[in-house]
Every structure is written in C-alpha cells, then in structure tokens.
Design a protein around this ligand. Structure first.
Ligand code: ZN
Length: 362
C-alpha cells in the first residue's frame, strides 16, 4: 500500500514534474521562437539599412561620374564658356536615364550641339580677332564702336578703334613715343610736348624741315620744274609755341569749331614733325593752290617722291581736317608707293595696319 501509495505519490510527483518540465519546455520554445522572430526582424531592418546605403552610394557615384564626363567633354580652356553653357543644360537632357549608353549618347549630342552653336551664333570676339591688327585689350571698345556703327565692316572697326577714332577729337591725348621716327604720326590724338624739336632740321627755301624730307622736297620741286610747274614751300617745321600763336590768331576771328577744321591745336600739328610742308603754286595762296596748274600735278605725282596729300575731303571723318591739297607729308617712297598701291588714303589707317602692326604677325 505504502509502496503503491508511495508509488502513487511518486507517480503524482512525477506527473507534476513532467508537467512543469513540459511547461518549461514550452516556455523555452516560446522564448526561442520569440528570439528567432526578433533575430529575423533585426535581420530585415539591418538589410533594409544596408540596401538604403547601397542605393545612396550608387546614386552618389552616378552623379560624380556624370559630372566628370561633362567636365572633360568640352576640350581645352578656350572653350570654357561653351562648356559651361552645355553643362547648364545637363539636368534637362540627362533625366531620361542613367545607363552608360545614355551617357555616351548624351556626350555625342553635346559635342554636336556645341559645334553647331558656335556656327549659328558667331561670337563678336572672333569676328574682330581674325584681323592681324586686333588688340585683345581693346575688345570692349571694338564692341561698343560696332554697336554705334552697325553697318561698318569689323575690320574697319578694329583699325579705327586702334587709331582712337572711337574717342572724341582733342579729348584723348596720346603722347607720341617715337619722336625721331620718320613714320611718327601726329594728329588730333597723338601729340608732341611743348618744346619738342625734331632732330636733323635743315633750312630749305627759308623753312626748316628734316634732312630726308628736305632732300625729297628738292626732288619734287625739280620734277615739277621739269614738267613746267613752279612750287615753293611757305611753311614746314613749326614749334608748339608758334602753333599756339597761329591757332589763337585764327580763334580771334572764327569759331573754335571752324578753326579746328583747318588749324591744329598746339601740340597736335603735323608741322611739329618737320616732315610736313605747305605749298604755293605759280600764283600765291593756299586755298588757291588746287586752282593753279601745280595743285593737280602735286596731287598726281607727290607719292613718287615719298609724299602723301595728308588731308583730303574723302577722309575728313578720320583726320578731322577739310581738304588741304597744299599740305604734303613726307613718309618715304616705300610707304607712299605702298599706300598708293593698296588704295589707302589715310595715314591713320596705314599706320595701324602696316606700321604698328604687320600682316606677318599672323
Ligand atoms: Zn600744313
């Protein structure tokens, strides 16, 4: 009985234990399942984070690659402006797709469009820069002068601006820096200082002029004589002081506007160079000169002896002086004949194109 009882008791005990054990096992299984669920959830979360990072990195990589390919597509530094322009349009065109093929196609399109663009809308800078006498630092002035003179040939714009013709007469003094140069230019921009006196002045016919000018003048005079003409010098070198007196004398009986058309302001007279001569013909008077047989003869032949008629009606807009058939300027035979051959009438134009610059530059 006892045993049974004991056994029964034992059995009861065992049953309770078994129940506890099974409960504990169930509990452990539940905990295990819970742990696995948590593990799974964590795994999902961390993989989500990892993928997000991968996607962000990939996007960043695409942006960098695209930026690099656009930056290197434009070529050398000269194309900087155009490349920047093309780069501005990247987001619009590139939004279709990101594949390497798309990128390649885009680059090809970009190259074609950039080329086409430069043909369709020529840059004003290139228009001026194609002339060998173009000066880069004057670009803004070329553009402004072209805007004021839309019909003017760009080549004319360039030499005229180089000759300061975009500036008002007498309001923009440029000191002559080559005083003794036989090809020096003096006009309503280029000026010599007070007290300037050219070297090697000689006296011919009672007037001072530079030696080479004097020799050429004597040749011209002899040729005129041989053709039955009679010319004589009535003015050559003048000092700045002398010009002051002359100009002021004219001003006492005429308006400044008028005087400026026939008399130079002191410092601006070509007579300061000792290479300009005023002529009388067989009858006296400067204004009468063209009506004497000598006037037309000098106009036709002076270039053969190294002289040019410096002021003619055609170029009054350039020189600022009315027609002066009596005023000749010595430039040397080489230059006078070259001007004749090239059909260049103003020394201003010739000076820019063949003295300050040379076609050999380009
Ligand atoms: Zn003169």
């Amino acid at each position: 009985m006892n045993t049974v009882n004991t056994d029964t008791g034992k059995n009861l005990q065992t049953d309770e234990e078994e129940l506890r054990i099974s409960q504990r096992r169930a509990e452990m299984r539940r905990i295990k399942r819970e742990k696995e669920r948590r593990k799974k959830r964590n795994l999902i979360i961390s993989s989500c984070i990892a993928w997000s990072l991968v996607i962000i990195l990939a996007a960043a990589l695409i942006i960098v690659v695209r930026a690099k390919s656009v930056g290197s597509g434009g070529g050398d530094a000269k194309d900087g402006g155009k490349t920047a322009k093309a780069a501005d349009s990247v987001p619009l065109k590139k939004s279709k797709g990101d594949s390497a093929e798309d990128l390649k196609m885009f680059e090809e399109n970009e190259t074609q469009e950039t080329g086409g663009e430069s043909e369709a809308v020529p840059q004003p800078k290139n228009e001026f820069a194609s002339f060998y006498y173009y000066e880069e630092d004057k670009q803004d002035r070329y553009e402004a002068y072209q805007e004021l003179n839309p019909e003017m040939d760009p080549g004319d714009v360039v030499w005229r601006v180089n000759a300061y013709l975009d500036k008002p007469w007498y309001e923009y003094d440029v000191p002559v820096d080559t005083y003794d140069d036989p090809l020096m230019i003096v006009n309503k921009y280029y000026t010599v200082p007070d007290g300037y006196r050219p070297p090697d002045l000689v006296s011919i016919d009672g007037y001072e002029m530079r030696k080479e000018t004097g020799d050429a003048y004597l040749e011209l005079k002899a040729a005129a004589k041989a053709a039955g003409k009679r010319i004589r010098a009535v003015s050559a070198y003048r000092s700045v002081d002398y010009q002051k007196g002359l100009y002021n004398r004219y001003l006492s009986s005429d308006s400044k506007e008028n005087v400026d058309r026939y008399s130079a302001r002191p410092g601006h007279s070509e007579h300061h160079t000792g290479m300009a001569i005023d002529l009388f013909g067989s009858t006296d008077g400067l204004r009468n000169f063209i009506n004497t047989p000598e006037g037309p003869w000098v106009r036709e032949h002076c270039w053969e002896y190294g002289f040019i008629i410096r002021y003619t009606a055609d170029i009054e807009g350039i020189t600022g002086y009315e027609d002066e058939p009596w005023h000749i300027r010595y430039v040397g035979k080489e230059v006078s004949m070259d001007m004749k051959e090239k059909g260049i009438e103003s020394f201003e134009e010739y000076h820019v194109k063949y003295i300050e610059h040379s076609p050999d530059e380009k």
